[in-house]
Design a protein around this ligand. Structure first.
Ligand SMILES: Nc1ncnc2c1ncn2[C@@H]1O[C@H](COP(=O)(O)OP(=O)(O)O)[C@@H](O)[C@H]1O
Ligand SMILES: [Mg+2]
Length: 270
Protein backbone atom coordinates (compact mmCIF):
# COMPACT_ATOMS: atom_id res chain seq x y z
CA UNK A 1 0.00 0.00 0.00
CA UNK A 2 1.35 3.38 -0.95
CA UNK A 3 1.56 5.88 1.83
CA UNK A 4 2.17 9.54 1.36
CA UNK A 5 -1.24 11.04 0.64
CA UNK A 6 -1.09 12.93 3.92
CA UNK A 7 2.30 14.39 2.98
CA UNK A 8 1.10 14.99 -0.58
CA UNK A 9 -1.81 16.97 0.78
CA UNK A 10 0.55 19.05 2.92
CA UNK A 11 2.69 19.77 -0.14
CA UNK A 12 -0.19 21.77 -1.61
CA UNK A 13 -0.96 24.03 1.31
CA UNK A 14 -1.15 27.45 -0.30
CA UNK A 15 1.79 29.28 1.20
CA UNK A 16 4.90 31.07 0.07
CA UNK A 17 8.10 29.10 0.50
CA UNK A 18 10.85 31.01 -1.26
CA UNK A 19 13.36 28.20 -0.84
CA UNK A 20 10.98 25.89 -2.68
CA UNK A 21 10.67 28.17 -5.65
CA UNK A 22 10.03 26.17 -8.82
CA UNK A 23 11.57 27.28 -12.06
CA UNK A 24 8.65 27.63 -14.43
CA UNK A 25 9.14 29.29 -17.78
CA UNK A 26 6.68 32.14 -17.33
CA UNK A 27 7.77 32.78 -13.78
CA UNK A 28 11.46 32.84 -14.72
CA UNK A 29 10.75 35.20 -17.57
CA UNK A 30 8.92 37.63 -15.30
CA UNK A 31 11.66 37.28 -12.69
CA UNK A 32 14.38 38.21 -15.15
CA UNK A 33 12.38 41.24 -16.22
CA UNK A 34 11.98 42.22 -12.58
CA UNK A 35 15.70 41.89 -11.93
CA UNK A 36 16.47 43.92 -15.01
CA UNK A 37 14.01 46.61 -13.97
CA UNK A 38 15.89 47.01 -10.69
CA UNK A 39 18.90 48.23 -12.66
CA UNK A 40 17.07 50.60 -14.93
CA UNK A 41 16.16 54.16 -14.16
CA UNK A 42 12.46 53.62 -13.79
CA UNK A 43 10.31 55.16 -11.13
CA UNK A 44 7.63 52.54 -11.12
CA UNK A 45 7.50 48.91 -12.08
CA UNK A 46 4.20 47.14 -12.19
CA UNK A 47 3.89 43.40 -11.72
CA UNK A 48 0.51 42.55 -13.03
CA UNK A 49 -1.50 39.32 -13.07
CA UNK A 50 -4.55 37.47 -11.85
CA UNK A 51 -4.64 36.24 -8.26
CA UNK A 52 -2.76 32.96 -7.96
CA UNK A 53 -0.31 33.50 -10.81
CA UNK A 54 2.73 33.79 -8.52
CA UNK A 55 3.28 37.52 -8.00
CA UNK A 56 3.87 37.39 -4.28
CA UNK A 57 6.37 34.56 -4.44
CA UNK A 58 8.33 36.45 -7.10
CA UNK A 59 8.54 39.55 -4.93
CA UNK A 60 9.70 37.40 -2.01
CA UNK A 61 12.34 35.82 -4.19
CA UNK A 62 13.51 39.16 -5.52
CA UNK A 63 13.79 40.45 -2.00
CA UNK A 64 15.64 37.39 -0.71
CA UNK A 65 18.15 37.45 -3.54
CA UNK A 66 18.90 41.19 -3.60
CA UNK A 67 18.35 42.55 -0.11
CA UNK A 68 22.02 42.29 0.81
CA UNK A 69 23.23 44.01 -2.32
CA UNK A 70 20.74 46.84 -2.59
CA UNK A 71 18.80 49.41 -0.61
CA UNK A 72 15.83 47.10 -1.01
CA UNK A 73 12.70 46.90 1.14
CA UNK A 74 9.56 44.85 1.12
CA UNK A 75 6.14 46.04 2.19
CA UNK A 76 3.93 42.97 2.35
CA UNK A 77 0.19 42.86 2.72
CA UNK A 78 -1.10 46.38 3.34
CA UNK A 79 -3.80 47.36 5.76
CA UNK A 80 -4.84 50.49 3.92
CA UNK A 81 -3.92 52.39 7.05
CA UNK A 82 -1.89 55.49 6.30
CA UNK A 83 -0.21 55.67 9.68
CA UNK A 84 1.14 52.17 9.26
CA UNK A 85 2.42 52.98 5.81
CA UNK A 86 4.21 56.07 7.14
CA UNK A 87 5.74 53.98 9.94
CA UNK A 88 7.14 51.64 7.36
CA UNK A 89 8.46 54.49 5.22
CA UNK A 90 10.10 56.04 8.25
CA UNK A 91 11.90 52.79 9.03
CA UNK A 92 13.01 52.42 5.43
CA UNK A 93 14.37 55.97 5.36
CA UNK A 94 16.05 56.04 8.76
CA UNK A 95 16.57 52.42 9.76
CA UNK A 96 14.73 53.22 12.97
CA UNK A 97 11.26 52.80 14.39
CA UNK A 98 9.04 55.84 14.29
CA UNK A 99 8.89 57.23 17.84
CA UNK A 100 5.46 56.68 19.39
CA UNK A 101 3.14 59.68 19.49
CA UNK A 102 5.11 61.47 16.81
CA UNK A 103 3.61 62.43 13.51
CA UNK A 104 5.50 63.00 10.36
CA UNK A 105 3.84 64.76 7.52
CA UNK A 106 3.87 63.44 4.01
CA UNK A 107 5.79 66.55 2.92
CA UNK A 108 8.64 65.56 5.23
CA UNK A 109 8.95 62.26 3.42
CA UNK A 110 8.94 64.00 0.07
CA UNK A 111 11.59 66.49 1.26
CA UNK A 112 13.74 63.60 2.46
CA UNK A 113 13.32 61.82 -0.86
CA UNK A 114 14.52 64.90 -2.71
CA UNK A 115 17.41 65.45 -0.35
CA UNK A 116 18.92 61.97 -0.75
CA UNK A 117 18.35 61.86 -4.49
CA UNK A 118 22.04 61.62 -5.31
CA UNK A 119 23.01 59.34 -2.44
CA UNK A 120 20.36 56.67 -2.23
CA UNK A 121 18.60 54.43 -4.68
CA UNK A 122 15.86 53.06 -2.50
CA UNK A 123 13.74 50.27 -3.96
CA UNK A 124 10.46 49.38 -2.31
CA UNK A 125 8.62 46.20 -3.22
CA UNK A 126 4.96 46.71 -2.53
CA UNK A 127 2.63 43.74 -2.69
CA UNK A 128 -1.14 43.84 -3.29
CA UNK A 129 -1.39 47.44 -4.44
CA UNK A 130 -5.08 47.01 -5.21
CA UNK A 131 -5.65 47.16 -1.45
CA UNK A 132 -4.33 50.70 -1.08
CA UNK A 133 -6.79 53.54 -1.20
CA UNK A 134 -6.46 55.94 -4.10
CA UNK A 135 -4.94 58.74 -2.01
CA UNK A 136 -2.14 56.49 -0.87
CA UNK A 137 -1.38 55.40 -4.40
CA UNK A 138 -1.16 59.04 -5.32
CA UNK A 139 1.36 59.58 -2.51
CA UNK A 140 3.37 56.63 -3.74
CA UNK A 141 3.48 58.22 -7.15
CA UNK A 142 4.65 61.53 -5.70
CA UNK A 143 7.36 59.78 -3.69
CA UNK A 144 8.60 58.00 -6.79
CA UNK A 145 8.85 61.39 -8.47
CA UNK A 146 11.46 62.53 -5.96
CA UNK A 147 13.95 60.43 -7.91
CA UNK A 148 15.37 58.50 -4.99
CA UNK A 149 12.71 55.82 -4.63
CA UNK A 150 11.68 53.19 -7.10
CA UNK A 151 8.50 51.26 -6.43
CA UNK A 152 7.94 47.74 -7.66
CA UNK A 153 4.23 47.21 -7.25
CA UNK A 154 2.17 44.08 -7.62
CA UNK A 155 -1.41 44.45 -8.68
CA UNK A 156 -4.23 41.94 -9.17
CA UNK A 157 -5.59 42.16 -12.61
CA UNK A 158 -9.29 42.81 -12.84
CA UNK A 159 -11.16 45.25 -15.01
CA UNK A 160 -11.57 47.87 -12.31
CA UNK A 161 -7.98 47.72 -11.25
CA UNK A 162 -6.88 48.09 -14.83
CA UNK A 163 -8.69 51.36 -14.78
CA UNK A 164 -7.21 52.34 -11.48
CA UNK A 165 -3.72 51.59 -12.71
CA UNK A 166 -4.29 53.61 -15.81
CA UNK A 167 -5.72 56.57 -14.03
CA UNK A 168 -3.03 56.77 -11.42
CA UNK A 169 0.10 55.95 -13.16
CA UNK A 170 -0.55 57.00 -16.68
CA UNK A 171 2.27 59.06 -18.11
CA UNK A 172 4.68 57.81 -15.45
CA UNK A 173 7.95 56.27 -16.41
CA UNK A 174 7.35 52.68 -15.69
CA UNK A 175 7.46 49.19 -16.94
CA UNK A 176 4.70 46.63 -16.85
CA UNK A 177 5.49 42.98 -16.32
CA UNK A 178 2.65 40.55 -16.69
CA UNK A 179 2.34 37.10 -15.14
CA UNK A 180 -0.05 34.73 -16.83
CA UNK A 181 -1.57 31.46 -15.70
CA UNK A 182 0.73 28.50 -16.23
CA UNK A 183 0.76 26.35 -19.36
CA UNK A 184 -0.01 22.65 -19.23
CA UNK A 185 3.69 21.72 -19.24
CA UNK A 186 4.37 24.17 -16.41
CA UNK A 187 1.51 22.75 -14.36
CA UNK A 188 3.03 19.31 -14.76
CA UNK A 189 6.43 20.58 -13.64
CA UNK A 190 4.89 22.48 -10.76
CA UNK A 191 3.01 19.46 -9.40
CA UNK A 192 5.92 17.09 -9.89
CA UNK A 193 8.38 19.40 -8.17
CA UNK A 194 6.08 20.05 -5.25
CA UNK A 195 5.77 16.31 -4.67
CA UNK A 196 9.41 15.49 -5.33
CA UNK A 197 10.54 18.27 -2.98
CA UNK A 198 8.86 16.21 -0.25
CA UNK A 199 10.39 12.98 -1.50
CA UNK A 200 7.01 11.72 -2.71
CA UNK A 201 8.22 9.93 -5.83
CA UNK A 202 5.58 7.22 -5.68
CA UNK A 203 2.70 9.63 -5.48
CA UNK A 204 4.23 11.68 -8.31
CA UNK A 205 4.43 8.55 -10.44
CA UNK A 206 0.73 7.89 -9.97
CA UNK A 207 -0.04 11.07 -11.91
CA UNK A 208 -0.03 10.60 -15.66
CA UNK A 209 -0.57 12.82 -18.67
CA UNK A 210 -4.32 12.54 -18.54
CA UNK A 211 -4.34 13.68 -14.91
CA UNK A 212 -2.35 16.77 -15.79
CA UNK A 213 -4.67 17.52 -18.67
CA UNK A 214 -7.65 17.21 -16.37
CA UNK A 215 -6.02 19.39 -13.69
CA UNK A 216 -5.13 21.97 -16.30
CA UNK A 217 -8.66 21.96 -17.66
CA UNK A 218 -10.15 22.36 -14.19
CA UNK A 219 -7.81 25.09 -12.96
CA UNK A 220 -7.02 26.94 -16.16
CA UNK A 221 -3.37 26.75 -15.13
CA UNK A 222 -3.89 28.93 -12.07
CA UNK A 223 -1.51 27.84 -9.34
CA UNK A 224 -3.68 28.77 -6.41
CA UNK A 225 -6.57 26.79 -7.90
CA UNK A 226 -4.18 23.97 -8.56
CA UNK A 227 -3.09 23.96 -4.91
CA UNK A 228 -6.71 23.91 -3.80
CA UNK A 229 -7.64 21.08 -6.13
CA UNK A 230 -4.69 18.87 -5.25
CA UNK A 231 -4.93 19.52 -1.55
CA UNK A 232 -8.54 18.40 -1.63
CA UNK A 233 -7.86 15.44 -3.93
CA UNK A 234 -5.13 14.08 -1.66
CA UNK A 235 -7.36 14.64 1.32
CA UNK A 236 -10.00 12.45 -0.30
CA UNK A 237 -7.36 9.90 -1.28
CA UNK A 238 -6.17 9.85 2.31
CA UNK A 239 -9.68 8.96 3.40
CA UNK A 240 -9.97 6.09 0.92
CA UNK A 241 -6.50 4.90 1.81
CA UNK A 242 -7.60 4.61 5.41
CA UNK A 243 -11.11 3.29 5.02
CA UNK A 244 -11.52 1.68 1.59
CA UNK A 245 -8.05 0.84 0.28
CA UNK A 246 -9.53 -1.77 -2.07
CA UNK A 247 -11.08 1.08 -4.05
CA UNK A 248 -7.68 2.65 -4.79
CA UNK A 249 -5.35 1.72 -7.60
CA UNK A 250 -1.86 2.51 -6.39
CA UNK A 251 -0.37 2.53 -9.86
CA UNK A 252 -2.64 5.21 -11.22
CA UNK A 253 -4.29 7.93 -9.25
CA UNK A 254 -8.08 7.65 -9.72
CA UNK A 255 -9.30 10.49 -11.95
CA UNK A 256 -12.57 10.10 -10.14
CA UNK A 257 -10.96 11.56 -7.02
CA UNK A 258 -9.80 14.62 -8.94
CA UNK A 259 -13.37 15.06 -10.13
CA UNK A 260 -14.69 14.70 -6.62
CA UNK A 261 -12.20 17.33 -5.47
CA UNK A 262 -13.29 19.63 -8.28
CA UNK A 263 -16.89 19.32 -7.15
CA UNK A 264 -15.97 19.87 -3.53
CA UNK A 265 -13.98 23.02 -4.35
CA UNK A 266 -16.67 24.34 -6.66
CA UNK A 267 -14.61 24.04 -9.84
CA UNK A 268 -17.29 21.92 -11.43
CA UNK A 269 -20.93 21.92 -10.59
CA UNK A 270 -23.26 18.96 -10.52
N1 LIG B 1 7.35 29.51 -9.34
C1 LIG B 1 6.72 29.03 -8.26
N2 LIG B 1 7.32 28.11 -7.46
C2 LIG B 1 6.69 27.61 -6.39
N3 LIG B 1 5.48 27.96 -6.00
C3 LIG B 1 4.82 28.88 -6.74
C4 LIG B 1 5.40 29.45 -7.90
N4 LIG B 1 4.51 30.32 -8.44
C5 LIG B 1 3.44 30.27 -7.64
N5 LIG B 1 3.61 29.42 -6.62
C6 LIG B 1 2.63 29.09 -5.56
O1 LIG B 1 1.33 29.32 -6.07
C7 LIG B 1 0.52 29.98 -5.10
C8 LIG B 1 0.06 31.33 -5.64
O2 LIG B 1 1.19 32.19 -5.77
P1 LIG B 1 1.19 33.68 -5.21
O3 LIG B 1 2.57 34.21 -5.34
O4 LIG B 1 0.59 33.73 -3.87
O5 LIG B 1 0.23 34.36 -6.31
P2 LIG B 1 -0.38 35.83 -6.39
O6 LIG B 1 0.41 36.70 -5.47
O7 LIG B 1 -0.25 36.21 -7.83
O8 LIG B 1 -1.82 35.71 -5.98
C9 LIG B 1 1.37 30.09 -3.84
O9 LIG B 1 1.12 28.97 -3.02
C10 LIG B 1 2.80 30.02 -4.36
O10 LIG B 1 3.66 29.51 -3.38
MG1 LIG C 1 -0.23 37.79 -3.79
Amino acid sequence: MTQGYVEAKEAFVDEIKVDEYIELEGSIRAYKQLEYSLERSLKMVLLFGKPGTGKTILLHRLYAQHKNKKDLHFIETPTGNRREFYDKLFTIFTGQKMPPNSTISFETFVAYGKKVKDERKIIILLDEAQMYPTEMLEEIRILSDTGSIKFVISLHKTDNEDLMAKKHFQSRIWETIELKNAELSEIRTYIHKRLLNQGLTEVANQLKDRHFKLIYRLTGGNMRECNKLLYTAFEIAEYYDKHHPAKLDYRRFPSKILEMAAIKTGMIHV
